[in-house]
Write a protein that binds this ligand. Sequence first.
Ligand code: MRU
Length: 348
Amino acid sequence: MVMTVIPARLNDKKDKLILIDQTLLPEQEKFLELDLVEDIFEAIKKLRVRGAPAIGVAAAFGLYVCILKSEATTVGAFKREFEEKRDYLATSRPTAVNLFWALDRMTNRLNKEENKTVEEIKAALLDESEKILAEDQEMGKAIGEYGLSLLKPGMGLLTHCNAGGIATSGYGTALAPMYVGYEKNYNFKIFADETRPLLQGARLTAYELFKAGLDVTVICDNMASIVMKEGKIDAVLVGCDRIAANGDTANKIGTSGVAILAKEYGIPMYILGPTSTIDMNTLTGDDIEIELRDGEEIINGFGKRTAPEGVKTYNPAFDVTAAQYITAIITEKGIVWPPYKDNLKKLF
Ligand code: MRU
């Protein structure tokens, strides 16, 4: 029932990273087999794998398959190679903290095993990356149950971008309560913002919810206000790329506008994400680096030029929703209510 495709995993021999190429969905379900650091970097940068938790899993497995080929005979030389590849992967995308979180976990594991042989360290890195995937698979169900406790059968739900099974490895985050609710006959009416410019809402959220049999309606981003005004939305559920220590949250561009609208219409705005997306070292949203992407994505999307060639563009991929617009943050460890500065700290 729930999305069964794991967006980032290892092949059976455990020497290649397998990704479903999300840039080709929903038309084509094509799987990529990668083991070169340049290809893994490219896949993350070009959003072949995307969504904060899936980026973390891809980075961990990606780093593992690259370093598995190392011919280093001393731990020192192996560590240098590892760090070079890790630092390169860390420059693929700046906003989702899960990328850095996963690379840090791999680094900490290596440091912990440093007195072992190169082969033993490789085995430990495999174990760590598999743990990251397993934890990711588990967190979605818990987020789904906590999220569902705030919802009622028959509700209208709005989501933005894609924070579903294709962005994690199971139930997703924002979509998790929808899947868990579906299993319990909640009959939600789900609205998916199409999410310009890369259409993660239309291509991915609609794809996975529709395929799983849920009631989903695609709207253009600029229709969120009217569906709220018409009383079709009872709650907004979105994912997150980085939650700062004060609760300010970076998510796909357009999320902050939806949050401001929701406040105006008196609709609760929930952020759903794993604790790995909370970055207590980032104090406020102002400290979050926002990825700027190629303007061609706006004016020449999906092979169709829709604005004059050479016109100026501005293409930030994320925005920050200020904590004051967020009703609650739902994690696998429980629901966090304001004041976020105190309550996020308690979570750790
Ligand atoms: O640019 P993307 O597609 O990687 O952006 C994804 C989002 O903004 C998601 O909402 C977020 O990563 C959460 S995915 C569980």
